[in-house]
Design a protein around this ligand. Structure first.
Ligand SMILES: NC(=O)c1ccc[n+]([C@@H]2O[C@H](COP(=O)([O-])OP(=O)(O)OC[C@H]3O[C@@H](n4cnc5c(N)ncnc54)[C@H](O)[C@@H]3O)[C@@H](O)[C@H]2O)c1
Length: 259
């Protein structure tokens, strides 16, 4: 694959674990200097240490992405230490769970999943990308951005919102050479999914049985799609959402994947 991101600077939010960590490591392995954000500074530091140990370049910018002032300060720190921001991956996100009539987390989930992505995009654009007439932003939605997940009105609404945010930013910033795209992961092997498989083996077996490709995604499957969108190979792609879901959205018909 070569070193597609030599000389580039990438910010990855929620990069202390899962998809974000795999993405941060992937960008670093292909030459980018990576700014690692997470609300948990210990896990952010761990990802930074892994990148440094592999001979890469990284810094920690741990903060809560729902705090706009902290996001602006973190972006400034990246520009001051690494010189610019070429790539932003808005990956941090939180699930929640309650039927709509009992749901109390709406404001918090909006502020993190959707607000955090917008404020990071604006900070990266204003502080670096617009002036440089260049940039690539990738928002991480979910299949919950394309269809609903029961008992999670906040997650479903914000993940749909991220697809709209992607289109709106793509229009506003195309004149500045900034591309904005979105990845919608299907079930991906994170800590949470591993725990669910252990706790509810039968339920999860049925759930995984509905994935045409027949397995959950690995974080690296998502990272590879994210890196493609960030790379020059995607130079003419902006405003789109790519499901990386093993074929799930292709069979949203109520039927099982096999006869
Ligand atoms: N794993 C899946 O099956 C799956 C499927 C679809 C979409 N996604 C999305 O992919 C993204 C990454 O999820 P993951 O599966 O790797 O989960 P994860 O829990 O391993 O990673 C999410 C990271 O975001 C961080 N985070 C949470 N709130 C934050 C905040 N306010 N500020 C900064 N960081 C914060 C967490 O500390 C965590 O390290 C999320 O947006 C999630 O909604 C995941």
């Amino acid at each position: 694959m070569g070193m597609r991101f030599e000389g580039k600077v990438a910010v990855v939010t929620g990069a202390g674990s899962g998809i974000g960590a795999a993405t941060a490591l992937g960008f670093a392995a292909e030459g980018a200097a990576v700014a690692v954000n997470d609300i948990d500074s210990d896990t952010a530091d761990k990802t930074v240490a892994e990148i440094l140990a592999a001979g890469g370049k990284a810094m920690s910018i741990a903060c809560d992405i729902s705090n706009t002032a902290e996001v602006e300060a973190a972006a400034a720190e990246v520009v001051s230490k690494f010189g610019q921001i070429d790539i932003l991956v808005n990956n941090a996100g939180m699930p929640s769970a309650a039927p709509a009539e009992e749901y109390t987390q709406f404001e918090r989930v909006m502020a993190v999943n959707l607000g955090g992505a917008f404020h990071w995009a604006k900070a990266a654009a204003v502080q670096s990308m617009i002036g440089n007439r260049s940039g690539s932003i990738i928002n991480i939605s979910s299949l919950a951005g394309l269809a609903a997940i029961a008992s999670d009105v906040g997650y479903t609404s914000t993940k749909h919102g991220l697809i709209g945010l992607t289109k709106a930013l793509a229009l506003d910033w195309a004149p500045y050479g900034i591309r904005v795209n979105c990845v919608a992961p299907g079930l991906t092997n994170s800590l949470m999914v591993a725990e669910a498989i252990e706790q509810f083996p039968e339920f999860m077996k049925t759930r995984i049985g509905r994935i045409p490709i027949g397995r959950v995604a690995e974080p690296l499957d998502q990272a590879k799609a994210i890196m493609f969108l960030a790379s020059d190979d995607a130079a003419y792609i902006t405003g789109v959402t790519i499901p990386v879901d093993g074929g799930q959205m292709a069979m949203n018909s109520g039927y099982s994947p096999t006869r």
